[in-house]
Design a protein around this ligand. Structure first.
Ligand code: C2E
Ligand code: MG
Ligand code: MG
Length: 734
């Protein structure tokens, strides 16, 4: 190695190596120097820092290998000089660098400065330059030495960070950053604006701190599963504003992983879509509703019909499409003008809406055409009753500007699935039926199927007839005795209603009771039955006729819609019949589906001292625990079981099971519909308490029943014990 000190290690020589004493050998000095030189070169190479030196006397510039590399210049081709160096500096930074350097030399201050350089390929890079100038004893600057370092990537990174920070703070979208443990690490300004929570209130909280209760647990589970699987989730999510109000947001969640693939953060970016949704809802509403009446329009009706079809198919249910066309609406428009016509349509819409149940749809599909969708209707009968309500709602005259107007309409009804399995067919057929009504003189309704129209008409005739019958006392009670199988005595008598229609003849209760129930007429009819049966029982008691208790059938409607305990109290008080002489029969199907309120009525009745029996037992679905809690005294085994005795094994087994059940629950049992000796034998042997049926007597009027009851002890004694005791009497029946 050359003994002379090269310019670039002069500083080192001054700064790091002690001035050699005259005792030290030149060899030692050289070796030290070589090592220092080596170390410097290595560390410069590692740190990618270049060094340079400018001799201010000769203007010679020396560069280390790293500087050449940094500027991508070939040391064999490029001659470093201060001027050449200045040329490489970005023209915008050149003056700044020159000035800074000269100031530093003049002021004897080291300087550092960052500036841009243009590379031979035209790209721009950022460098950090550091410089110090060395002076002689007279203060003359001798040389400047310094370092140069490429800081482009740091600059870019810083720039990107500044940019990201600016986006984070200034974006209109809310941003929330949570760590892997779901703790909120940071939120931006927009988050605070949208959510109402400050940074202090949010940071450190669990990510779900502003969660709304709009979504169930599975929603969040699926969301996070998606984030874990694909690194991302986006969708609509409802969160809760600090005020407590839930609002919709459109949220994107991204997972942030480190180099090793471990999740460090999750970033949520969202927008408040309340306004978007509101205007969407407004648009949706406008697209689906009639502007005049606010009712669903044809589009929404078709949608609802589609849904109803699917629902009904799935659950094997029915629904009805009711097409309504106002009669002579054109005349109203022509005579009084459109504003009056509009007012009439609004009134009609209002009345129709009040005449349907909450789940039904009333739509206006054109000028004076309305369609009602009766969802989940059990059958044609109920559809007819509901349609009649619509007709009735339009009966009262409408008050309009020019005066009172009478409205009527023609209605056509189609039923799913009988009259069509899709919306279009059902609408078409209801429309056809509506034209049939028009052809038959308007102001009424027709089913698409002619037979249904006939039966609906019959229903409406019967309903009118029932009102008439109540007023005209066309009802009658017949009585059927009940026999104790153990003693052979009459232990009760059941009152059964009869209706003699002036034109249609005798109408069975099974035909008119459902109509009376649907129309509400069962309340006055039931009251008449109760009063009449109690009066008859009391009369027999006073006449000394032995019959046990009077059984009266009660409809569920009397409990649900009326006040049965009040009726019973009044009937007992009016007639003087002791409560224990009255027994109320309620069907199993009704009694097992009752609310607490209904059960309380039954308890009130039991407390009055009245007996309660479950009629048609075995046809419903009794639960043992429920049965145990009900205040009942007696089970009436349904005729269908008795009828099959003694031939059918199953029915015999079921009857035995019912008797065993009654035994456990300490209830009396009566078999109804007993027609044969064999049935009596079986029931006796199985331990049944009582029996009722044609085998003993048919239901007959009061006079004949009295006659039967009085002659019963004689007939019984004439017969062998439990052997065709009234076989002879059956022959006498009416
Ligand atoms: P239910 O209460 O189960 O009455 C028994 C029915 O079976 C009666 O029919 C009776 O005439 C009939 N019956 C009696 N013994 C025999 C028999 O040996 N063989 C056959 N095949 N039938 C027999 P009815 O009078 O036609 O009454 C039918 C249903 O109408 C009654 O069934 C009851 O649910 C209802 N009902 C009758 N009267 C009233 C009433 O006043 N109010 C209420 N709410 N419902 C009533
Ligand atoms: Mg009964
Ligand atoms: Mg029965």
């Amino acid at each position: 190695m050359d003994a002379t000190l090269s310019p670039h290690n002069a500083e080192l020589t001054l700064g790091t190596i002690a001035v050699p004493s005259e005792f030290e050998t030149i060899t030692t000095l050289r070796a030290q120097l070589a090592r220092a030189e080596n170390r410097l070169a290595q560390s410069q190479h590692l740190a990618q820092i270049g060094s340079w030196e400018l001799d201010l006397q000769t203007q010679e510039l020396w560069w280390s290998t790293e500087v050449y590399e940094l500027f991508a210049l070939n040391p064999d081709e490029f001659k470093p000089s201060f001027e050449n160096f200045l040329k490489a500096i970005h023209h915008r930074d050149r003056d700044m660098v020159r000035e800074a350097y000269f100031r530093s030399v003049a002021e004897r201050e080291p300087f550092h400065l960052e500036h841009r350089v243009i590379m031979p390929d035209g790209t721009v890079r950022a460098v950090m330059k550091r410089c110090v100038t060395i002076y002689n004893a007279e203060g003359q600057p001798l040389r400047s030495v310094g370092t140069v370092e490429d800081v482009t990537s740091q600059r870019d990174a810083q720039h990107r960070l500044r940019l990201a920070a600016s986006v984070f703070e200034n974006t209109h979208e809310g941003v929330i950053i949570v760590d892997a443990a779901m703790n909120v690490v940071d939120i931006n300004h927009a988050f605070m604006e949208i959510s109402g929570y400050s940074r202090e209130e949010s940071v450190g909280q669990q990510a779900g701190f502003w969660r709304s209760d709009r979504h169930d647990i599975s929603f969040y589970r699926n969301l996070w599963r998606e984030v874990e699987q694909s690194g991302r989730w986006h969708g609509e999510i409802w969160n809760r504003h600090k005020s407590g109000v839930a609002f919709p947001t459109w949220l994107t969640i991204s997972r942030v992983d480190d180099h090793d693939g471990n999740t460090t953060h999750y970033v949520g970016v969202f927008t408040d879509i309340t306004t978007v949704q509101r205007s969407h809802e407004r648009l949706q509403y406008a697209a689906h509703h009639d502007a005049l009446t606010g009712l669903p329009n044809r589009m929404l009706l078709e949608e609802r019909l589609g849904q109803a079809t699917k629902r009904a198919q799935r659950r094997s249910r029915r629904f009805a499409v009711v097409f309504i066309d106002l009669d002579h609406f054109k005349a109203v428009n022509d005579n009084f003008g459109h504003p009056v016509g509009d007012a009439l349509l609004q009134e009609v819409a209002d009345r129709l809406c009040h005449a349907v149940r909450a789940g039904d749809t009333v739509a206006r599909i054109g000028g004076d055409e309305f369609v009602v969708l009766f969802d989940d209707i059990p059958g044609a009968d109920q559809a007819a009753i509901a349609t009649q309500k619509l007709l009735k709602s339009l009966e009262p005259p409408v008050q309009l500007e020019p005066g009172e107007v009478n409205v009527s309409c023609s209605i056509g009804v189609s039923l799913f699935p009988e009259d069509g399995r899709d919306a279009a067919t059902l609408m078409r057929n209801a429309d056809t039926a509506m034209y049939r009504t028009k052809a038959h003189g308007r102001n009424g309704f027709s089913f698409y199927t002619a037979e249904l129209t006939a039966s609906a008409l019959e229903r409406s005739t019967l309903e009118k007839g029932l009102i008439h019958a109540l007023a005209q006392h066309d009802f009658q009670l017949h009585y059927q005795p009940q026999i104790s199988l153990r003693t052979g005595r009459i232990c009760g008598v059941e009152a059964l209603i009869r209706w003699d229609h002036p034109e249609l003849g005798t109408i069975a209760p099974e035909r008119f009771i459902p109509i009376a129930e649907a129309s509400g007429l069962i309340i006055p009819i039931g009251a008449w039955v109760m009063q009449t049966a109690c009066a008859q029982a009391q009369q027999w008691l006073e006449e000394g006729v032995t019959f046990g208790a009077m059984a009266v059938n009660i409809s569920g409607q009397q409990i649900n819609r009326g006040d049965l305990p009040a009726l019973v109290r009044k009937s007992l008080a009016d007639t003087g019949l002791p409560p224990e002489r009255l027994e109320l029969e309620m069907t199993e199907t009704f009694i097992m589906t009752q609310s607490d309120a209904a059960v309380r009525q039954l308890e009130e009745l039991r407390d009055l001292g009245v007996q309660l029996a479950i009629d048609d037992f075995g046809t419903g679905y009794s639960s043992l625990s429920h049965l145990k809690q009900l205040p009942v005294h007696k089970l009436k085994i349904d005729q269908s079981f008795v009828r099959a005795i003694p031939d059918c094994d199953d029915h015999r087994t079921i009857s035995r099971a019912m008797l065993a059940l009654a035994d456990i629950l300490d209830l009396r049992v009566i078999a109804e519909g007993v027609e044969t000796q064999a049935q009596v034998d079986f029931l006796l042997q199985a331990g049944c308490d009582e029996a009722q049926g044609f085998f003993y007597a048919h239901p007959v009027d009061a006079t004949e029943t009295r006659h039967f009851m009085q002659s019963w002890p004689r007939m019984r004694s004439e017969a062998r014990p439990h052997d065709t005791p009234v076989g002879a009497f059956s022959g006498n029946r009416v």
